[in-house]
Design a protein around this ligand. Structure first.
Ligand code: PNS
Length: 161
């Protein structure tokens, strides 16, 4: 049973993230989407809300669960019996950051492997921070977000929730 953790802030979770989860679910026995607690970034969605929105977006995929975690990723992986860190790689710009993180995680726990899926070309330009920027300026991001997450965003912008 190979459990892979797909870690991130996911603020918000995009169709690019969804694509990695879907493809990862076809490779590994179980994907755990690990939503990071204690992020230094000012969140757009609170942690518990992020978890439930991602759960809703992924409900059609049987071998996916969504959890929040805090502290070191490798410690969290030990707790849940995961051996693989799953990441998406969008462009060369991601590479340096991801390489050093993969190497550091390997130093912290030699049993952990980081595996990368190249992002779908439809989403290689999509990032959560860009989405937040566009939304805050009144732009349409419906092409880049799962339907439930886009709906919440629109409601929030219109002051309904
Ligand atoms: O979506 P993000 O913010 O780019 O994700 C970053 C994340 C969550 C993958 C990274 O910050 C992380 O793994 N944090 C947990 C703390 C940790 O283990 N740090 C050492 C990593 S080398």
């Amino acid at each position: 049973m190979t459990i892979a953790v797909y870690p991130g802030s996911f603020d918000p979770f995009t169709k690019g993230h969804m694509d990695i989860v879907e493809r990862g679910a076809g490779i590994f026995d179980e994907i755990v989407v690990g939503v990071l607690m204690n992020s230094s970034k000012q969140p757009f969605f609170e942690l518990d809300e992020r978890v439930s929105l991602i759960q809703e977006a992924c409900k059609g995929i049987k071998n996916v669960r969504v959890e929040k975690f805090s502290g070191l990723l490798v410690n969290y992986m030990d707790q849940i019996g995961a051996s693989i860190i799953l990441k998406g790689l969008r462009a060369v710009a991601d590479y340096e950051y991801e390489l050093s993180m993969a190497q550091m995680n390997k130093c912290l726990n030699s049993k952990v492997e980081t595996m990368f899926l190249m992002s779908n070309s439809n989403f290689s330009h999509v990032s959560s921070s860009m989405i937040k920027d566009i939304v805050s300026l009144g732009g349409d991001v419906s092409d880049f977000l799962p339907e439930n997450i886009n709906k919440i965003l629109i409601n929030r912008i219109n002051g309904r929730i």
